[in-house]
Every structure is written in C-alpha cells, then in structure tokens.
Design a binder for this molecule. Sequence first.
Ligand code: ATR
Length: 289
Amino acid sequence: MTTSPTTPPPQIITGKARLAGVMGWPVEHSRSPALHNYWLRRYGVDGAYVPLPTAPEDFVAAVLGLQAAGFKGVNVTIPHKEAAYKLADVLDASARRAGAVNTLVFREDGKILGLSTDGSGFVASLEASSLPPRPQTRALLLGAGGAARSVAAALQDRGIKVAITNRTQERAVTLAAALPGTDVLAWSEWEQQLGEFALLVNTTSLGMAGGPDPLFCPSLAQAAEDLVVADIVYAPLVTPLLAAATRQGLRTVGGLGMLLHQARFGFKEWFGVDPQVDAATQDHVLNSL
Ligand code: ATR
C-alpha cells in the first residue's frame, strides 16, 4: 500500500520510542504536537511529541525530570524562553544573540543544549517563498519583544542592516543596544521612512485575531515597489497588513512558514530526520487549528 504525505501511516510507539514535547503555560493553543506527530508518522519514526503544561515555578524541576526520564529534548514557549536560556548548559550562537531559547536538546553527555530557532525559521520561510533577503539591503522590524530580537539577529547574521521601531521606544533602544548595528526609528515616523527599506516585518501581535488590534493596517504609501512585507502573525493567515500589501502589488510572506520552519531544527536533533516543510505539512497544521 502506498501512502501519500497527506495521509501518513499510523504512529509507531515502541518501548524504544524517542520522546519530545512542548513546555508552555498554557500550552493548549500550541500547534507543535500536531506538526511533530505528523512528521513522525510521515517519516515512520518510532517516537512521540506531547504537550507538557508546566507552571513557571515548576519549570526547572520539570526539565530535569524529563531529561532523567529519557526525553530527547523539548520546545519551550511562553513564558519559559528566558528560564530555558538560563538553564541550558551550552548555548548556540543563535540563542546567545536572541537572549532566549525555544529548543532544548538533552545531549548524550548529559549536557542541555539551548537553541533559538525562531529567527532562522523566519529566514528559511523567506527563502522558501523565493524571497531571500539580499545582503546589504535594509529591513525594518515593527516591535521590540523576543520575536523581534530573534528575527533581527538572524537577519543581521545574513548581512542585512536592521532598523526597529516600537510603540515603547525605550524597549527598541534596549534591543538595539543588545544587537549592535541596529537602528531605531520613532514609532510615529516609520511610515514616512518606509521607502528606504527592502523588507518590512511585523513582529508584534498587531493584526492577530483576538489580539490588541486585529485591524492593524499602517500606511504603505511610501513603500518601494520591490518591498517585501512579512508578518509573523499566522492567525489569520492573511493579516490586514498583508492584504493591504498585496492590494498595492507588493510581495508578501505570512507567518505560518516561520512556525513550520522553526520546528525543523528541534525535530532533526531529537528524531534524526530533517523534515520537509511543504504544502501537505501546511495543510495538516491548518486542519488541526
Ligand atoms: P514577543 O516576545 O512574543 O515578541 P512581547 O515581548 O510581549 O512578545 O512583545 C509584543 C510586541 O507587540 C511589543 O513590541 C509591543 O510593543 P510595546 O513594547 O510597546 O508593548 C507590541 N504591541 C503589543 N500591543 C501593541 C499595540 N496595541 N500597539 C503597538 N504595539 C503593540
């Protein structure tokens, strides 16, 4: 019997199964279990990936317990990304630059490795859309939270000149100090300066269904013709910002790709397969929403 990627075979979980999961508080909203278990079935890996609701005060004990119980590692999401950064014995360069960790790998030598895969996932998503940012061009990021820092660091690592703007300017200044070479623009003025940029990225929750301003749609009137507009919000898939950019003839990249691509790094570390992000993967995750 042949099996298409959209109807993967049943999951294999033997006594030797590799185990991983996602720690968050809350964690019910996470798409990661649907995504990783889809890949486990698709690639015939003996393993499982489970939600691990963990209160902040229990985080360290829970990580050490999972490691002791033979887990291969975990994803960590809100509010544990900084605690995971502090707990890791070894940090890769992306985690050090991001100041946060979203993926922990329990190594054979007993050490806990911390990675930050959000920024690399974002860049991989642009590349998958055939819109890789070109070195020496300028990117403008809206927002100054953890997502902004990961994306800014990953873009800088690829030779892009990053500027950020944020409602609370102080946070933008703090972020810029952590990533030397980052410019700061005033929140009230960035729309007028948009023409200087090749890439605009919304890293805030603006435009998200149920978020602070689901209708967020700044003016793109000053955009250069070849501006690429990206959003890390994926619910809705097409945010008002992306819809406006498309109406203006600009190319866009939605947030779902970043979610899928950032997951590849952990999957490969824990389960030994570099999984493909394709239309079938996307459909599966969308159907699980
Ligand atoms: P994350 O770590 O996921 O990026 P965060 O640290 O809470 O999350 O950051 C959320 C971002 O959305 C911030 O840049 C925030 O701006 P402030 O630093 O001024 O709070 C931005 N944001 C949230 N609601 C906003 C709103 N109504 N208007 C403008 N920016 C908003």
